[in-house]
Each structure stands twice: as structure tokens, then as C-alpha cells.
Design a protein around this ligand. Sequence first.
Ligand code: ADP
Ligand code: ZN
Length: 741
Amino acid sequence: MPPPIAKVVTDIALDREFDYLVPAELAGQLRIGSVVRVPFGRRWARGFVVGLAARSDYPNLKAIESVTTDLPLFDERMLRLARWIADYYAAPFESAIAAILPAAVRREGARFKEQLVARVCPDAAPAPADEAALAKKSPRQALAWERLKQCREATVAALAQETGVALAGLRSLEKKGWIRLAKGVVRRDPHARMTVLPTTPPPPTAEQTAALAAIRREMEAPQPGVVLLHGVTGSGKTEVYLAAIRAALDAGQGAIALVPEIALTPQTMERFRGRFGDTVAVLHSHLSDGERHDEWRRIAAGQARVVVGARSALFAPVRPLGLLVVDEEHEPAYKQDEAPRYSARDVAVMRGHLEGCAVVLGSATPSLESYRHARAGKYRLVNMTRRVDRRVMPTVRVVDMRLEAEKAGGAHLLSQELIEAIRLRLGRAEQTMLFLNRRGYATTVMCPACGEVEHCPNCSVKMTYHRQTDLMLCHVCGAVRPAPAVCSNPTCRAPNVKMAGVGTQRVEAAVKKIFARARVARMDSDTTGAKDAHAEILGRFRRGDVDILIGTQMIAKGLDFPNVTLVGVIQADLSLQMPDFRAAERTFQLLTQVAGRAGRGDVAGEVFIQTYAPFHPAVQSARTADFETFYDQEIELRRELGYPPFSRLTSVLFKGADEAAVNACARDFAARLRAALPAAVRLTGPAPAPLAKAKNLYRVQLLLWAASARNYVPALRELLKSFKAPKGIAIAANVDALSLT
Ligand code: ADP
Ligand code: ZN
């Protein structure tokens, strides 16, 4: 007899579990993870069963009305993970449940797509004379029959499209006893149009062999742990993941590989599908709901055993799970930006721990957090220091733009050295990538007479000038304004407003002017708005139809183009100037990643980093590709200042249209929190966030610091639950916040 009480979490956000009676007739179907329909107040609600119990402390319980899915959507272990997420990230429990299930699966009415399918009858053997007669009488039916004889089954819709046959025609074939028509499930396959040639693994390098051995030792350990795979760009980390996944499959287990969304290129997918074929499922934000539903179900049914995807693929129902890989583990994109604001990397480590499965974190530039764990022996550190095939690391040259400005009598976009280097590549039919992490033409428009800058009316940022459209654009809220002809300060109105600061459009214009005959393409979010535009630009570049590719961080990561022998960073200072204590770390990561795009083929690569801060440690360490030195310097700074990883940092952001009300609310919240916290927790603010206003909402921030998040998260979560924010003010807690803007 299953227990008569079920604990249910409903879709309605209350951060509570409710007890319901289990009617005898449902007892057999009910499990942890079942989706149920329950009476809730005077309405109905959908809920998830998160516990079963023999007794309840509450009288007069209502009964569950029905079970609405055929299968439970999660098991005990995933439930434990969801509870951990809610507790650790101070998030409502139902938001954690929502996070572990794709909306396409969770949604009411989510189901497989059924269509009418025609199948050849197993014993159908029409006489050649009958077939000939059919061809005469009804050519379309004959065509459909020929088609079906080849493929044995096809959807009615597909047959109609290919042969023009009507449903009535197929029915007549059915009457002859040649085929049968029936409803069938049709898989919505995100790769239906992609043919991938199977690949075999290359013979591993010595470093790859050692890395794989270390991972396999973890996989086979009684309590598998975490491996931090620190390998320079092009050292063959992906091959190591593929080999480790193969080992998991051979042991009858499945695997999940997380990649940052930006790295989910067709190229990455091809590598996985080439090696593992149809057992690969993908989960990411570019799938349709139907595709996501079917992929998830394929995983749950054990038909797909290798999952590749972005952040949320971490929760894929792979059973049994033998390996979790987080590629580019340092990527901020792994942090979810709505509740629960989890870090997919950190949750992956927790899932591995809860399920006893090995976790591999890979990067050329590990996060300070992970590297510190590795140094302390919490993670097993594996180094890959050489590129495969004896390809050399690119030569990195730092160009001091202060000297350039003196030489050229004013600031220039491209240094003479970089221009010469590009010219050399053009002459040798090699390719160049130019990187600048800012789109648009000019960063701002400024009046030389009064200094007035064009600000967004809704946000506390400058507006960017876009040349194609001749408009000023706010990159935060999307507001547009005509480009001003005169100063917009009413008391000034001086003509000749000046463009200042550079964006990718300006780089493109400059490059086209210097190299009139070069084929130039630009890749940033202005040129990749259309579906497939991204793949189209990269395709042209890969085919060699483009000599110079200019782009934002979209081109910085993961791309592998053997003919690129030159990379230019137009202005390394942009990311150094970010108002963020991780600015140096981010700059080092970005420069290393960008530099890693050069020289991946037979010709050695060269990299130029243009900067006004040539001696900054982030720039110098990127030049020598020396992660250890960078780490040692940066970690000392963090230690002195008490920044992460020496403390757990959490932000609480208050947003609202009424500035005074937002401030008052934040102060009130801070006072109550202070009263509930142990003295060891440092609380700073509330103060305006660096981005003080966005989309007409004022942003005020409170920061919490302590050696462990456990010191303050329980109190924070309680307060978030009980605190009544005034109408129009939203409060968002971000545990282990990565961005403090
Ligand atoms: P990373 O992920 O470290 O940047 P990749 O795994 O993408 O490196 O490898 C870089 C390139 O080298 C890829 O084109 C890959 O196919 C190739 N490669 C990797 N391992 C080997 C090997 N053992 N032998 C030959 N080529 C390899
Ligand atoms: Zn704006």
C-alpha cells in the first residue's frame, strides 16, 4: 500500500508544499515527480508530487483529482538537486522545480506530435500487372507506392508533398491491402536536415592520454570527484571529452556536455554527432518547443544517451549518468539571470556529487574559483600545455597605442604594425580576425563646446551611434533617436558635435578604406539578427569567401578556422574599464580566447593586442599565455580585498520607477536583514548600482559578504518570503553574483 498522503508543490508561486490525500484509485500511478491536478482554494491548480507520507499534520485534507502525465518528470535525486538549488540560491522551491524541467515538457498539454503515417503492409506483394495498371490509371498513387516501397513508411503529409498524392489515393492503396494508414508519433528532430559523416577518434597525444586516464580514474572511483582540465586553446580538450564520453557509454552510462550557448555552433554539434550519431540529443534555446519536448523525452526513454547543450541541459534526465562535462567552465553565461539564479557549473558539481558521477570542468583560462579548488586539492588538476600536432602557440605582440598616437599625431584605430600584418595576410591568402567588444559606429556623440553627451532618456548610459541607420541607439533599452546635428543641450546648441569612441562598424569602415579590395564581413548582434545569419557569415568565412572578419565576443570563442593566422584586438582596454572587480580576470580570459583563434592550422599564428595599458597584468599574462602568473597576482589582490573566491558575494537588487520609494524599500529591507544576520556577515549599501537606471527603472543594490553563503542565505530567503515590497518594486537576490552592474 503506498502512503496515503502526497506533498505537492503547485505552479502558483508560494514557496510551500501542500498535503493532499491520495485516492485509492490513483495510488498505483502516483510517484515522486508525477504531475497532478489538485483543488486549490476555489480553483484548480497543477502541481508536482515532491513527497509521499503516511500521515499529515493538517486536518481536512482535500484529495488529488487526477494524474496528468504518463510518467513522473523527475526522480528522487533530481528532486534533491532542486531542493539544494532553492536553498542555496535563496529561490522559491517551485522556481527550482521549473528550472530542472524544460517548459516544453512541463507545460500543460505537452505531448508528442502525432500524424497520419502510411506503412507498407509486411505481406503486400502486388503483381507487376497490377502495379502497371495503377501507373496508367493513377500516376500519383503509383509514385507514392514506389516511394513507400523504398522507405517502408512515411507521413501522409510528406507523401503528399513529394508525390502530390491525396489522402483518398492512399486510402485506395490501403483498400488494395498494399499499405496501412495509422496515427503515429513523428519525431521533431532538430537535425533532420543535417547529415553528418561518422568520424573516428585520432590517435591521442601523450597529454590527451594522461588527461583521459585521470578522468577515467575519477569515473571509476567509489566516490567520483571533479577534474579541472586546464588546457591551452587547441590542446585537444574536446577530443578528451569525446573519449571520456565514449568510456561512459561503454560502461553502460550516459553523459552530459555543457557548452556556453555561444559555442553551440553547427561545428560543435557535428563533432558530437559524428562520433556518437543518433544517440546525441541537443537542448538549447534555439530549438522549437516541439523539438525540445521530443529531445527531452528521447533522453528520458534512454534512446539518447549523450546530451549536448547550454546551461539547462545540465538537468537532462540521463540515467544512469556517468559523466558531466562543463566546457569553458569560466564562462559567465553559465549563470542564469532569472530566479533561481544558479551557476550551471556549480550545480553540475553538485549534481555529480549527489549522483556519484564524475565531473570535468575544462578551460584554457579557468575561473579563479575553480583553480583555487584545484590548488587546494578539492579538484584534480590536469594540465595540457601544448597544442596538438606540434602546432605552436601564436606569437602575441602588445601594441602601445599611446606611442602610436604620438607617432601618428592623434589617435588611430589601427596601428601601423597591425595594418602591415593584415596586408601580409592578404598577400598570402590567409585570413584575419579583428576583435572589438562593442558594436555600433561611435560609442557616443559629444559636443566639443559644452561637453554634453547624448544620454538615453530611459537609462543611465550613453547612446551609441549606428551609421547604417544614422540613428542613436541605447544598448540597454533599445531606445532610438535621430543623430543630432547640433548639441542637444538647450543652452548650448553648438554645431559640429563629435563622434567619440569606436564600435565594430567604425572598424569595418576603417578597414574597408585601407584595404579597398579585401572581402570584409562583420559579425555582431546587428548583423546576426536574422535566423541563420550567424551560421551564414561563419560559413562564408570558412569557405574562404571572406578575408577579414570583424566582430564582437561572438567571434572570440570556440571557433576553429585553420586558415586564420592573424588576430587583432582593437582595444583591449574596453573590458579593463568595466566597473567590476572581475574586470582583469575577464580581460585575461577574453584576450586568451581571442588569441587562441590564431594559428590553428599549419601556419603559425600572430596576435596583436592594441592597448593604452600595455603593462597591465591581464595584458602581459595574455601576451605570455601564462595563466599561473596571472592567477598568482590576481588571487593575492582578491585576498587582500576580501573579494571572491575569499568570500561568497551576493547582491540584492531593488528596481522601481520611483527613485525615493526604491531607496526607502532597500533601506528597510537592509535594516531587517541586518537584524537577522550574524555579525560575521558584512553588508554594504544599499547604494545605486553602477547601471543606476535602466528602462526607466532605478536600480539600487545591497551586497552581502561572508566566508560562506550559508552564513546569510537562510535569513535572506526567509526575509524574501515574508517581506512585503511596495507595489511596483521588484527585488532580486543573486547568490554568487557574477555581474554587479
Ligand atoms: P580545444 O578544445 O582544446 O580547443 P580541440 O579538441 O578543438 O581543442 O582540438 C583542436 C583541433 O585539433 C581540432 O581540429 C581537433 O580535431 C584536432 N585534434 C584534437 N586532438 C587531436 C589528435 N590527437 N590528433 C590530431 N588532431 C587532433
Ligand atoms: Zn536606454
